[in-house]
Design a protein around this ligand. Structure first.
Ligand SMILES: *Cc1c(COP(=O)(O)O)cnc(C)c1O
Length: 338
C-alpha cells in the first residue's frame, strides 16, 4: 500500500533505529537523559531560542504552551481551522479554561490587520483579556499553505508592541522554511514559543519539541509534568528525533516536488473540481460531486493508494519520506486513468 493519508505514517529507517537502539539514556524527569538534553539543545539553538522541552506529541507541546501563556478566562486568537482549536479535543477549554477568538483567513493564515481588530481593550472589563496569538505554518487545513514572511514580521511586531505572546504551531515548520528560504533562527525570532513536530515529515516515530525562553521552558516543564508528560529514559525516542533533525530536513523539497506532481495529476482527473495550489507536501482536492468522495477513496484504495477524507467533498494526500519516486510514478499513472 502507498499511504498518503498523512506524513505521520512513516517508518523509522535502519539508521534511525540504530541511533535509537544505541542512545545513551538517563532519567529525563531528573534532567539526566543526555540524548534528550542534546536534542533540546540542538533544537533550541537551531531556532535561536534559549531552551527547549521534549514532549510526546505536538498536541502536548501546543497545549503546554497555551497553558503557560494564558490564564483561565483569557483569550487565544487563532484561525478558525487551526489544529489547536479543531483537532486537539477541546484542550484549550479543558486544560487551560481559556476562551478562543476564531478568525477566518486565506488558507489557514491570519493577517496582522485582522488580528489587530480582535485584540480586546484590556481597560474594558466586559472583554476577556487577549493573552495569546497562535499561528500555524504550514497550515494543514489550508492545504500546506506557507505564511508570507513579510506578513509574519508584521504580526510579530504587532504582538511585541502589545506585549502579547505569539505562538507557532510549527508541526510542519521545516516544510515552511524550505519554501520561504528563511534561516530557522531568523524565523524563530518572530515567536515567543514554537512547537515543532519530529514525527511528521521529519520521519521520527514519536515526539515534538517546544522552544522558547529559559523562563518559559521552566514553566512549561512543570506543566508537562502536571499533564503526565514527564518521561524517564526518553533518550530512546529522542535519538530518533535528533537523527531526523540532522538528516531529514534537506530532503523535504523532494516531498514538495512529489506533491506538486500529484496536485497536477488530480487537477486533470474528471472527478476533481479544484486543487488548492500546492506549496509544500499537502495536496487538498475538492470533488465536483461530494457524493463521489468516498467511492473515489475506495477506488484508490483498491488500486493500492490510501488517501484521506478531508471534509465534505474533499480529499487530502500528504507526501513524506516513505513515498518514493517509484510510488509517485505509480500514483500519477493511476490518477491519469481516472
Ligand atoms: C500533527 C499536527 C499537530 C500535532 O499533532 P500530534 O499528533 O499531537 O503530534 C499539531 N498541529 C498541526 C498543524 C498538525 O498537523
Amino acid at each position: 500500500m502507498i499511504d498518503l493519508r498523512s506524513d505521520t505514517v512513516t517508518q523509522p529507517s535502519e539508521q534511525m533505529r540504530h541511533a535509537m537502539a544505541n542512545a545513551a539514556v538517563g532519567d529525563d524527569v531528573f534532567k539526566e537523559d543526555p540524548t534528550v538534553l542534546a536534542l533540546e539543545a540542538y533544537g533550541a539553538q537551531l531556532f535561536g531560542k534559549e531552551a527547549a522541552l521534549f514532549c510526546s506529541s505536538g498536541t502536548q507541546t501546543n497545549q503546554i504552551a497555551i497553558n503557560v501563556h494564558v490564564q483561565p478566562g483569557g483569550e487565544v486568537i487563532c484561525h478558525e481551522e487551526s489544529h489547536i482549536y479543531k483537532y486537539e479535543g477541546g484542550g484549550i477549554a479543558k486544560n487551560s479554561g481559556a476562551s478562543v477568538r476564531l478568525l477566518p483567513g486565506d488558507r489557514g493564515r491570519l493577517t496582522a490587520d485582522d488580528i489587530a481588530k480582535w485584540i480586546n481593550p484590556s481597560h474594558d472589563v466586559h472583554f476577556p483579556l487577549t493573552q495569546l496569538v497562535s499561528l500555524e505554518d504550514t497550515a494543514n487545513r489550508g492545504g500546506g499553505a506557507v505564511y508570507d514572511t513579510t506578513e509574519l514580521a508584521k504580526i510579530s511586531a504587532l504582538c511585541k508592541e502589545l506585549n502579547l505572546p505569539l505562538h507557532l504551531d510549527g508541526a510542519r515548520v521545516f516544510n515552511a522554511l524550505a519554501v520561504n528560504q528563511m534561516e530557522a533562527a531568523a524565523y524563530g525570532a518572530f515567536y515567543d514559543s514554537i512547537s515543532v513536530c519530529l514525527s511528521k515529515g521529519l520521519g521520527a516515530p514519536i515526539g515534538s519539541l517546544l522552544l522558547g525562553s529559559a523562563a518559559f521552558i521552566e514553566k512549561a516543564r512543570r506543566v508537562r509534568k502536571v499533564f503526565g508528560g514527564g518521561m524517564r529514559q526518553a533518550g530512546i525516542i529522542a535519538a530518533g528525533g535528533l537523527y531526523a533533525l540532522k538528516n531529514n530536513v534537506e530532503r523535504l523539497k523532494e516531498d514538495h516536488m512529489h506533491a506538486l506532481l500529484l496536485g497536477e495529476a488530480l487537477q486533470n482527473c474528471t472527478l476533481i473540481e479544484s486543487v488548492l495550489p500546492v506549496q509544500t507536501n499537502i495536496v487538498v482536492a475538492t470533488l465536483k460531486d461530494p457524493a463521489q468522495r468516498d467511492p473515489m477513496i475506495e477506488t484508490l484504495k483498491n488500486k493500492g493508494i490510501l488517501c484521506m477524507a478531508f471534509g465534505p467533498g474533499m480529499i487530502r494526500m500528504v507526501t513524506h519520506l516513505n513515498f518514493s519516486e517509484l510510488d509517485c510514478s505509480f500514483c500519477l499513472e493511476t490518477l491519469q486513468k481516472m
